[in-house]
Design a protein around this ligand. Structure first.
Ligand SMILES: [Fe+2]
Length: 190
């Protein structure tokens, strides 16, 4: 048990803004996402794609880490802006997403190649079971904002996704977002 006093954070349900100023905001720009998109186009590498605002608690299995993610709208080629995506380093750790604003898709996949794509919007409560990698994709015109809550010692394994990708990708079709097989899935795997 850690000696952590109970506390309350105020969250603006529309913008995702937190009253606690966090000095560990994670900001990912296109330059940080090289290799993520199938067709990389000549886009400004400084363009902001997403920010994560964590509420700081000790990263142990006695605590629940939580954070707000603001994922900007945009595309690279036909592919919507998305987060890097990760497995948890401790594979069996689960996570919950609560959609606050915007329109998105939550892409999830197992190490044996199964995939599930779920909707994200205000009010969606997505359960990411242990063992499933997860990536959010903004398919709308405004920011996609959501709350994530997960077991504190989960950790992040980005490397597996960087190497193998997800089995599917979400692209803009003539009638809206389309989920299609990722031709590069495991293409770089040894
Ligand atoms: Fe996670």
């Amino acid at each position: 048990m850690t000696d952590l006093a109970p506390f309350t954070t105020l969250l603006d349900l529309d913008t995702g803004e937190l009253t606690r100023d966090s000095d560990t905001v994670v900001a990912r720009r296109l330059a940080d996402l090289t290799g993520l998109f199938l067709h990389e186009t000549d886009t400004d590498p400084e363009r902001l794609v997403y920010r994560v605002f964590p509420v700081e608690v000790p990263p142990t299995n006695a605590n629940l880490l939580h954070s707000i993610t603001v994922l900007e709208p945009g595309r690279v080629g036909d592919e919507y802006f998305m987060t890097k995506g990760h497995f948890h380093a401790v594979r069996d750790r689960a996570e919950i997403y609560l959609g606050l604003s915007g329109t998105g898709r939550l892409v999830m996949a197992t190490e044996d190649g199964r995939s599930v794509v779920e909707p994200m919007h205000r009010g969606t409560l997505n359960y990411v079971s242990g063992g499933w990698a997860h990536r959010s994709v903004n398919v709308g015109d405004g920011p996609l904002v959501f709350l994530a809550v997960y077991i504190g010692d989960a950790g992040y394994d980005y490397a597996t996704i960087e190497r193998e990708g997800f089995p599917v990708r979400v692209v803009e079709g003539s009638d809206g977002p389309v989920v299609e097989p990722n031709p590069r899935y495991r293409a770089n795997a040894s």
